[in-house]
Design a protein around this ligand. Sequence first.
Ligand code: UAG
Ligand code: ATP
Ligand code: API
Ligand code: MG
Length: 488
Amino acid sequence: MDLKNLIKELEVESIYGPIDVQIDNIHYDSRLIKPGGLFICIEGFMTDGHNYINEAIENGAVAIAVEKEIHEDRVPIIRFKNTRRAMASIASNFYGKPSQLLDMIGVTGTNGKTSVTYIIKSILENYDRKTAIIGTLATLINNEKMYSARTTPESLDLQGLFRKMIDGDVDTCIMEVSSHSLELNRVDEVSFKVGIFTNLTPDHLDFHSTMDNYREAKKKLFYKTTHCNIINLDDEAGRIIVKDIKNLDTPLLTYSINNPADFVAENIHNNGKELSFDVVGPENFNIKLTLKTPALFAVYNALASIACCYSLGVPADIIADGLNAFIGVPGRFQSIDGLKEFSAVVDYAHTPDALENVLKAAKEFTKNKLITVFGCGGDRDQTKRPVMGEIAGKYSDFSIITSDNPRSEDPYVILSMIEEGIKRTKGNYIIIEDRKEAIREAVKMAEAGDLIVIAGKGHETTQIVKDRVLVFDDKQVVLEVAGEEGRI
Ligand SMILES: CC(=O)N[C@H]1[C@@H](OP(=O)(O)OP(=O)(O)OC[C@H]2O[C@@H](n3ccc(=O)[nH]c3=O)[C@H](O)[C@@H]2O)O[C@H](CO)[C@@H](O)[C@@H]1O[C@H](C)C(=O)N[C@@H](C)C(=O)N[C@H](CCC(=O)O)C(=O)O
Ligand SMILES: Nc1ncnc2c1ncn2[C@@H]1O[C@H](COP(=O)(O)OP(=O)(O)OP(=O)(O)O)[C@@H](O)[C@H]1O
Ligand SMILES: N[C@H](CCC[C@H](N)C(=O)O)C(=O)O
Ligand SMILES: [Mg+2]
């Protein structure tokens, strides 16, 4: 595509050089540029894309997009106020505005995004929709699974994925919209049909600084929607968002267990293994559900998904069938089969709220002692560490604090921050930095009727230590050590 056409609707600060050049590839990483490429310079948190212009030109860049004053006469330079913002528009133009051709469903909130996207997918697929998913686990387009380092990819990658969906005849894209993505312009130029809010609890405060900023970032999704916004009324931030968006033209559907709302769950029964309840909604909507999990938050994820599918015109019986058949998401309250006498659950709880909910549900489910194995990620919000320690100490009979992706940090510093919190409780604990040995210790100490909860990594298959990415899968490791210890 011609550079002139790519940028024709964009606000430009300045242009140096002729812009009637053909652009064959676009990248924000100089290392990926190929001949005929447009290199977009992004000022990052670790380094600055403007430092790699030489390398991009050596690799074949024929034009550079910048947001700083750059003097360069080898190739045309286009300066924008904000290159992340510009990248979203350029990418959308380059791929033919693909999101306009899809029914886009965006899910935001601290916890539950992945779960809700998979529930919606399972319902819509019984309704002749051809769906794709973008989120933490992977991007799924038809039978192809693509892994991404982030829950919500950069705008350039995202628009490329939408194009792939259109080419694969997908009609509906269900995606997780992280607060980072809303703040860093990754979903600019994406027109969402439906926006869903799950909940807001402390996380990512290293990035957003305050809970108010974090909420405001999430709120941006609901100004990008055309068909329906769906909000959890049992969540304080949800109630604030509802007030703030009340004058928008986009219709609103609310859901709740404890407050009057459009969709309400009633008669909830938890037998420690399954949850059964009724969902009552507009136009005599009334379905009975049984979910194969004891975790109460699953009711909220079901309600959000129901409201979404209802807004898309899916009949109540199809919604109920989809939910009753839903087998869960890998690494979300996933029971490990085949263990002798004791049980184990692997869960992705990596925030204080998620850990508390999971341990509460686990307590319902445990016949004897609850043993928790968990840690906190390095290079991530440090404030959650002592809080998660305190929660583990409060609910568990025994906790084993261990590493969860220490990344560039000293693992023992992270562990001691968690320990600060657990020390405030009466909870018994030990620290075993090596995650495999921590799981082994839990398996060794487990007696008949005990439940081990291994939290924080869920579906993940790696452990990131400094710049090494080691193979590590909680689900496999627990079975492996149980085998070695004669507990299978
Ligand atoms: C805080 C954050 O989101 N950072 C993202 C941001 O990094 P950054 O701006 O700091 O980039 P940088 O590394 O400083 O580099 C600046 C620029 O120079 C370029 N570069 C760099 C080196 C080189 O040789 N040549 C070159 O061109 C880079 O490609 C980049 O465009 O932009 C990078 C690429 O554009 C992202 O990879 C990076 O995500 C990092 C890996 C990350 O961990 N992000 C997490 C926190 C995140 O986004 N999480 C959310 C929420 C998760 C959830 O709760 O679900 C998510 O959506 O995943
Ligand atoms: N509605 C919910 N409310 C509170 N906690 C939840 C909810 N749904 C799931 N959880 C907990 O949060 C964990 C993560 O769930 P899920 O992966 O669905 O969330 P997410 O929002 O996609 O997370 P991420 O931000 O990492 O992408 C689960 O393993 C579970 O412990
Ligand atoms: N999307 C979350 C995942 C955290 C998972 C946990 N295992 C960790 O590494 O901290 C994040 O990037 O903060
Ligand atoms: Mg997710």
